[in-house]
Design a protein around this ligand. Structure first.
Ligand code: ADP
Ligand code: MG
Length: 528
């Protein structure tokens, strides 16, 4: 195909020159009373043709419309079997289109500034860059990451507001901390169904310290940058997620704000098995599945939000399915997609990145088609209502999953005989060894959530892998691997620290503590 395009480049340019300007397209934009969802903005960025693109001889195939600023035309050349090649034209509409001259600052001003203030208010703002390898995703995300951290550290907010940065890479089912020399981390769901990134390091950004913040961004980029121009380099086969957590001090009484900037894996189709081998094909299929699950989650969440706003929490209408458990990417982004989170808490921007060269016309069409599929229309009244809401207004349900045993009969059994994974317990903190970790201050009341049994300790050290390097607590009954539950910044609230694990003997456990996870504040609370 490439050779066909090159052989006919002059003809292609002639045919394009002779095209009449397309009449404005009337799109089937749903019902007249519907408008694009204000909490889900789909934009596209066409990167410039680079010197190497020009040198390769492929002409430009993407064209902005003068009379419709958010519509892009793609002209493709088809090899007509009976005559000269013919042009076929396609057009795509997005909420906001950025041409080759657009700067990071323009994109920040129109698409990202709102997400940043939304997260300051306790919301979850997310930006995705989607597209084929070489289309400008990393350039776009890195430019915006820098502007985002600059604006956060220059915000002049009180010192009670703390900002934490972490950047991870997801490759298949493995994940790595890009701010910690690509140390492997685990994506775990605790017994409340809350996703925990076990082993991740968060780096605090200090007000006024721009350079330190930018250095962290650059450090993560250098771990990802292996061979950015190759379509099969590591960065094109993995997603990177930059997470900013904004802890707003306890005076606000609501949870942390989050801002996610996601540089997605290249969206290219599975390539020839002969050149890439079965392993690479499997990887590509996995990436394509995760991008497809992402699309379903984004659409499902936008539809669920529209439904919640238009019909209230008691609506009998069927809620859209949001399959966020089907990929590691959407599991990490559970804050964004959890259908039981309150509807006004998330805002999402997708930037579909495209390379304008005729060589990439097929993938560009796929990228823009994907972008169009993400656009969700909502009733105009919902949009007006929704856009006037702040991140921490809470118009709909607040669901509080509990650690209580779902079987009511369990409550009448003695405590030690009904210990089970998922139970939160208080335990006494007299350590059996000297190897108490920094967090396990002896003598204070401590809580933990039970993860799994690890065997018994009656014959001394059992040598199980799970026990290695873990503080363990005295006794001679069954032993359980537990995650510590520690006080959070808000008084009366707790956090589960999956990375602070302890092995606790059942005899050290004092009693069950019933806790509920509050989706509104994202903390755990003790209930009677
Ligand atoms: P991706 O992450 O999608 O694979 P990159 O961001 O690495 O793509 O971009 C591919 C190439 O295009 C790089 O050489 C990059 O410098 C260049 N590029 C991308 N976007 C722009 C832009 N807006 N202006 C100039 N060059 C760009
Ligand atoms: Mg990239």
């Amino acid at each position: 195909m490439d050779q066909f395009y090159l052989d006919n480049a002059a003809l292609y340019q002639n045919l394009v020159k002779r095209l009449k300007p397309a009449p404005p397209t009337a799109r089937p934009a749903g019902k007249p009373t519907e408008v694009p969802s204000p909490d889900m903005v789909v934009s596209a960025r066409i990167r410039p043709l680079l010197n190497e693109d020009l040198a390769s001889g492929f002409p430009c195939a993407l064209f902005l419309r003068a009379n419709q600023p958010n519509v892009v035309d793609i002209h493709d050349l088809y090899n007509h079997p009976k005559g000269i090649p013919i042009l076929k034209s396609f057009n795509y509409e997005v909420d906001r289109l950025f041409g080759p001259d657009a700067t990071s600052q323009e994109i920040y001003d129109s698409q990202v500034r709102d997400l940043v203030s939304f997260s300051w208010d306790g919301g979850v703002g997310t930006l995705f860059a989607y597209g084929q390898t070489g289309s400008g995703k990393t350039t776009t995300i890195s430019g915006l990451e820098k502007l985002v951290v600059d604006s956060l550290v220059d915000s002049g907010r009180p010192s009670s507001c703390k900002i934490y940065l972490s950047i991870i890479e997801l490759a298949g089912n493995s994940s790595f901390d890009l701010l910690s020399s690509r140390k492997p981390i685990s994506i775990l769901e605790d017994s409340f169904g809350v996703t925990q990134l076990a082993g991740i390091e968060e780096h605090q950004l200090i007000q006024g310290e721009r350079e330190a913040a930018e250095n962290l961004i650059e450090r993560a980029a250098s771990f990802r940058r292996t061979a950015p121009t190759l379509k099969n380099d590591a960065s094109s086969r993995s997603h990177s997620i930059c997470r900013l957590r904004i802890q707003r001090g306890d005076d606000h009484g609501t949870g942390d704000g989050f801002l996610y900037l996601v540089d997605l894996a290249g969206s290219e189709a599975a390539r020839d098995v002969a050149t890439h081998g079965a392993e690479r094909m499997r990887e590509t299929r996995e990436i394509n599945i995760s991008l497809s699950v992402l699309k379903d989650c984004i659409r499902g969440k936008a539809q669920a939000d529209a439904l919640a706003f238009s019909s209230g929490p008691k609506s009998k209408q069927k809620r859209p399915h949001i399959p966020f458990r089907q990929s590691a990417l959407t599991k990490v982004l559970k804050h964004v997609f959890d259908p039981s989170a309150s509807a006004s808490k998330t805002k999402t921007v997708v930037i579909a990145c495209v390379n304008p060269s005729l060589a990439d016309v097929g993938p560009s069409k796929n990228t823009l088609r994907y972008a169009e599929m993400l656009r969700v229309s909502v009733p105009a009244a919902v949009a007006a209502n929704n856009s006037s809401k702040k991140a921490n207004s809470n118009p709909t349900m607040s669901v509080r999953p509990s650690s209580r045993d779902p079987n009511p009969a369990a409550a009448s059994m003695p405590f030690h005989s009904r210990v089970r994974p998922g139970m939160v317990v208080s335990y006494n903190t007299t350590p059996s060894g000297e190897d108490l970790d920094a967090s396990g201050a002896a003598g204070s009341a401590q809580f933990a959530v039970i993860l799994s049994p690890t065997g018994t300790s009656s014959r001394g050290s059992t040598g199980e892998d799970a026990d290695k390097n873990m503080p363990s607590f005295r006794g001679s009954g069954a032993r359980y691997l537990c995650a510590q539950v520690v006080p959070a910044v808000i008084s009366g609230a707790y956090e589960v620290n999956m990375w602070q694990q302890v092995v606790v003997d059942v005899r050290s456990m004092e009693k069950e503590v019933i806790m509920e996870y509050d989706i509104g504040t994202r903390y755990y609370y003790i209930v009677d």
